[in-house]
Design a binder for this molecule. Structure first.
Ligand code: HEM
Length: 217
């Protein structure tokens, strides 16, 4: 069976997880109704280890606010849906206070991706192997360092926003190792570079007979 080509993703979408959902054809980059976006995120999350459940109400709220906090923007998102290709410079864009792995044009900066290793350590996998990964404490250290290096440009809210990014990715894509849950650096790299869901999650999407089954493996 041939692998379908990934869908194009706008540089205006700086979220690695949403970029993967668009690339895999699970969400439309231009408009996604708040209900659809929430459902897709919840269903994909549930394919993670331990079937993580993300709070639908929080996702709805984020999608509602994602393109702007003014009344016109809220009304537009509420009625027509969220514009994933216009998240850049929106309320959740930390403008350089994050990992900086994606540049302004959403191209991967290899040095910033490699920098994750500074915070990571070797993890014992459930199967007895070893791989580089980031656990909850290591992610906190990484987020603190990201916040610190942003210097004068950072806003207090940026550190709070981070709590809805990497720790949620840990919940969703985390693997249960011998010493607890961690994000595999290999899988994080594939998420950013190839906009790919871990194969184990893509497989579960298929076995649940959902159209998202087209997700590339
Ligand atoms: C409607 C839902 C969502 C919206 C509107 C959204 C929006 C964003 C935006 C605007 C950024 C860029 C922040 C920046 O560069 O400063 C971002 C980054 C990020 N998001 Fe999302 N996101 C959503 C859902 C999720 C979910 C469900 C996950 C995890 C499963 C996630 C994980 C991340 C991660 C890991 C980053 C990278 C932060 C960094 O590079 O330091 N997001 N998101």
């Amino acid at each position: 069976m041939s692998t379908p080509l990934p869908h194009k993703v706008s540089p205006g979408n700086p979220c690695p997880f949403l970029r993967m959902l668009v690339a895999q054809g699970l969400l439309d980059d231009r408009r996604a109704s708040i209900g659809d976006a929430t459902e897709v995120i919840e269903r994909v999350a549930a394919t993670g280890e331990g079937a993580p459940q993300l709070p639908g109400i929080a996702i709805r709220l984020i999608a509602l606010l994602a393109n702007g906090l003014g009344p016109a923007s809220l009304l537009d998102n509420g009625i027509h849906g969220v514009k994933l290709n216009q998240l850049r410079d929106g309320p959740f864009d930390k403008r350089g206070a994050g990992s900086r792995i994606l540049d302004k044009r959403a191209r991967v900066r290899p040095a910033e991706l490699e920098r994750l290793r500074e915070f990571a350590s070797l993890k014992a996998t459930a199967g007895g192997g070893r791989e580089w990964g980031l656990d909850a404490a290591e992610l906190q250290a990484m987020m603190d360092a990201n916040y610190a290096r942003a210097g004068a440009t950072r806003r207090v809210v940026d550190r709070q926003l981070m709590e809805g990014e990497w720790p949620i990715l840990l919940q969703v894509m985390g693997k249960e190792g011998r010493d607890g849950r961690y994000l595999s650096l290999r899988e994080v790299r594939a998420l950013f570079e190839a906009r790919r869901l871990p194969a184990r999650m893509a497989r579960r999407l298929c076995t649940r007979a959902w159209p998202g089954c087209r997700a590339r493996r």
